[in-house]
Write a protein that binds this ligand. Structure first.
Ligand code: F6R
Length: 357
């Protein structure tokens, strides 16, 4: 039920702080430690390389998951688009562990990979919002997202839930390996959930960004470096699927190798700047596009913000910034679609779960 909300998408965006709190609750034991199935922990310890398989928004969550698992738990991770993997399987390591990320648990492209790797005898873990779904039943292990039903075609709360569960999995693996971390994901996720609340209260500011940057445009670019690049790709996907504005996410430094040719007077460029190590270089990329006439919108984070930034998200742990910075992206897409009279919850040509290959 939508309740007082005009669209499921807006309701689901607003539900995100609650979903994160629910995840913290579900994955916490009585000693305030991470609660996770010991077989999953063992599978993470046994593998020499994780292969994340997913599509669309879930693939974008996987890109963030790779950063967390590699940086925290020191396990190599590859992330693959399911439809590509099934026809062009890369060389596998000796002891691969497959992680399928799927909100619905029914995506045919991912299932096709699952069937292949089960035939090869490899272990599989599914991270899904629907326990009992095909991908959950056919995998060896399941981690539940606890996001509640997601009705809008554009995925929002499932993405943030996926990243949160991946963070918990990464830290659990690190701890099981005896790696000393000064990062308590349960505590940090609680901080994220308050940050998300603040962000959900800033809808007017976001609507202003939409009027200023996206109301009449035909295209838009999202740029970032590192983890911000992945959020930019998700921001672009959200925008194109519901507002039909042609949008792409680019790595800040890659623009000058071709794409910058598309920048002209007034082209909207949304830059995400939440990472200290690339703060200087992403801002240099913004200068490059501004010099060519771009209408630049900078979304930064408290502590790294500068005077003329368009929007500043509250400070959260540097590995969890996608959970905060994606909220303005989701809201930008929502208001862009609304202002352009698009069918927000049921965009053209799309279905909620894609059960054909
Ligand atoms: C985008 C979107 C899709 C899905 C993709 C995978 O908003 O919803 O890109 O993320 O079709 O779906 P699941 O996660 O159900 O496997």
């Amino acid at each position: 039920e939508k309740g007082t909300y005009p669209h499921f998408m807006l309701k689901e965006i607003d539900e995100q702080p609650t979903v994160i709190r629910k995840i913290v609750q579900e994955y916490r034991d009585e000693q305030d430690e991470i609660k996770l199935d010991s077989d999953i922990r063992q599978a993470m310890l046994d593998t020499d390389r994780v292969y994340i398989i997913a599509a669309g928004t879930s693939y974008h969550a996987g890109l963030v998951g790779k950063q967390m698992i590699e940086k925290l738990a020191n396990v190599p991770v590859e992330v693959h688009v399911a439809s590509e993997f099934s026809y062009n399987m890369p060389l596998l390591s000796e002891k691969p562990l497959f992680i399928f990320i799927s909100q619905s648990g029914e995506t045919a492209d991912s299932r096709s990979v699952l069937v292949q790797i089960k035939e090869m005898g490899h272990p599989a873990l599914t991270i899904t919002n629907v326990p009992g779904s095909t991908l959950s039943r056919e995998a060896d292990y399941t981690l539940h997202l606890h996001a509640g039903p997601e009705i809008a075609v554009a995925s929002t709360k499932a993405y943030t839930a996926q990243i949160s569960v991946l963070a918990i999995l990464a830290v659990d693996t690190a701890k099981a390996k005896g790696i000393d971390l000064d990062f308590d994901p349960l505590q940090e996720l609680a901080i994220v959930s308050s940050a998300m609340e603040t962000l959900c209260d800033q809808k007017e500011e976001i609507e202003k960004i939409v009027s200023e940057f996206l109301e009449t445009t035909r295209n838009a670019f999202f740029i970032g470096r590192g983890i911000d690049y992945f959020v930019g790709q998700e921001g672009a996907l959200k925008l194109k699927e519901i507002s039909y504005i042609q949008a792409e996410g680019f790595a800040g430094g890659e623009l000058k190798h071709g794409t910058i040719a598309l920048i002209e007077e007034g082209t909207p460029v949304i830059a995400i700047a939440t990472q200290e190590n690339v703060n200087y270089s992403i801002r240099a990329n913004v200068q490059e596009v501004v010099a060519r006439g771009a209408n630049a919108c900078i979304i930064s984070m408290e502590g790294l913000d500068e005077e003329n930034d368009t929007f500043v998200v509250p400070k959260v742990h540097e590995l969890l910034t996608p959970l905060a910075s994606v909220v303005p992206m989701q809201l930008i897409a929502y208001y862009a679609a609304l202002h352009r009279d698009c069918d927000v919850d049921k965009p053209r040509n799309l279905a909620k779960s894609v059960t054909v290959e």
